[in-house]
Design a protein around this ligand. Structure first.
Ligand code: AMP
Ligand code: MG
Length: 400
């Protein structure tokens, strides 16, 4: 038996190379991993500018008490620049985002202004009010987005605000996915007695896509030694990672193990966890290999714990794990000591803070426990049964 922690460390230690960089249009970069630091070549915003539609004045002109009348020197349209300098007693009609004119540093919102013809009457405001400073968002020379960041919509927006139209990202790791087993039938085909429909390949492909991989669907492989060997070797030629489910336990037809034992470079682990347990990790041809357990919840969970961090390391990401947080169990949860257990949980925010309960029956073949859940409840090795009211760790499903 190997602990989840040790298994994760050993998996990551095997991933030494990371994907090559490529340049992509910014609009196509969502979810990709930055290959190099993005350093700002300009200040954002590039000039001091107005935060409101209103009237710009010099703070020295703002009355401390009472009111004051200003002459409207000019009206500035959005995108226009005032070329002169405001003199004392003058104001400039200005729109949100327009550059502050020379001689002004404060802006009256138009709602507080009484205008008559080319004059306004105003009271007091704070010096510097409603002015956004040049560089208050980003300063030229600053590293705004470090290499290894995932480009979320906001990172893409920041890159665009710097004027970038394309960006260096890591190539998406390619992952070939196969299901194994004579009992596994393709959805949409007729199912023979004794067969079940393949769910693993579909949930794994979804996890891969959501994790930033380029996947290659290599279908279902029957429990036949020669065919399995040929299909796995072929898959390894066009993928960075070959991912299978099923066939890694000790049943009579668990041939993945037999094939891989011959291929070499594979370790077979009994991981001290529930659900999950049997797993194969190593390499085949030039590809990394993961043989996940066949039970549908176990295959999704082992993906989360072992494949995703490996994939993310390959993709050059800095953060390889999702940060867990604490919640209070609102029900008793049974737990065997000596292994790490992962319950499917429903996390809610109650009067006392974050609370979590399980989804009901927790069998590793009950895939609807995953659809009912929004997190894993993680109960550490040394713990026994968890009582209602005790704190537990939760790992929210990401991104869904
Ligand atoms: P195995 O690891 O091959 O012993 O399979 C363990 C359990 O998972 C068995 O009940 C299999 O029928 C089931 N299983 C294996 N592969 C799949 C799959 N692709 N989709 C759904 N269930 C599967
Ligand atoms: Mg099988």
């Amino acid at each position: 038996m190997i602990s989840v922690r040790d298994a994760q460390a050993q998996v990551l230690a095997r991933i030494t190379t990371i994907a090559s960089p490529e340049i992509v249009p910014l609009a196509a970069a969502l979810g990709r991993v930055l290959a190099e630091d993005v350093r700002a070549e300009m200040d954002v915003p590039p000039t001091d500018n107005s935060a409101v539609d209103g009237y710009a004045v010099a703070s020295a002109d703002i009355p401390a008490t009472g009111t004051r009348v200003f002459d409207v020197a000019a009206e500035l349209a959005a995108g226009a620049v005032f070329s002169g300098t405001l003199r004392s007693g003058q104001t400039l009609r200005i729109m949100t985002g327009a550059p502050m004119p020379a001689g002004a540093d404060s802006v009256y919102p138009q709602e507080v202004v009484a205008r008559e013809g080319a004059r306004i009457t105003v009271g007091s405001i704070a010096p510097g009010a409603n002015r956004r400073l040049r560089g208050e968002d980003v300063r030229a020379g600053q590293i705004v987005l470090p290499a290894g960041s995932v480009l979320r919509p906001q990172e893409i927006g920041v890159a665009a605000s710097l004027g970038l139209a394309q960006i260096y990202v890591r190539q998406k790791p390619r992952v070939a996915v196969l299901s194994t087993g004579d009992e596994v039938a393709e959805p949409g085909s007729s199912r023979k007695p004794g067969q079940i429909y393949d769910s693993n390949r579909f949930s794994l492909c979804g996890l891969l896509e959501a994790s930033g991989a380029e996947m290659v669907d290599d279908g279902i492989v029957p429990d036949q030694f020669d065919e399995l060997q040929a299909r796995l070797l072929r898959a390894s030629e066009h993928a960075d990672i070959v991912l299978t489910s099923g066939g890694v336990s000790v049943g009579d037809h668990d041939l993945v193990k037999a094939v891989l034992q011959q291929a070499g470079g594979i370790d077979f682990w009994q991981v001290a966890m529930q659900p999950g347990r049997p797993m194969a990790v190593g390499s085949i041809g030039r590809a990394h290999f993961f043989g996940l357990p066949g039970n549908p919840v176990a295959s999704m969970l082992t993906f989360h714990l072992f494949v995703r961090p490996a994939l993310w390391k390959l993709a050059g990401r800095r953060e390889l794990f999702v940060t867990p947080f604490r919640a209070v169990a609102t029900e008793r949860m049974s737990k065997k000591t000596g292994r790490r257990e992962f319950k499917r949980g429903i996390l809610t925010f109650g009067p006392g803070g974050w609370e979590v309960r399980t989804t009901g029956p927790q069998g590793s073949g009950i895939l609807t426990s995953m659809t009912a859940a929004n997190c894993f409840v993680v109960i550490e090795e040394e713990r026994g049964d968890v009582g209602a009211g005790e704190p537990v760790w939760v790992e929210p499903f990401t991104p869904w």
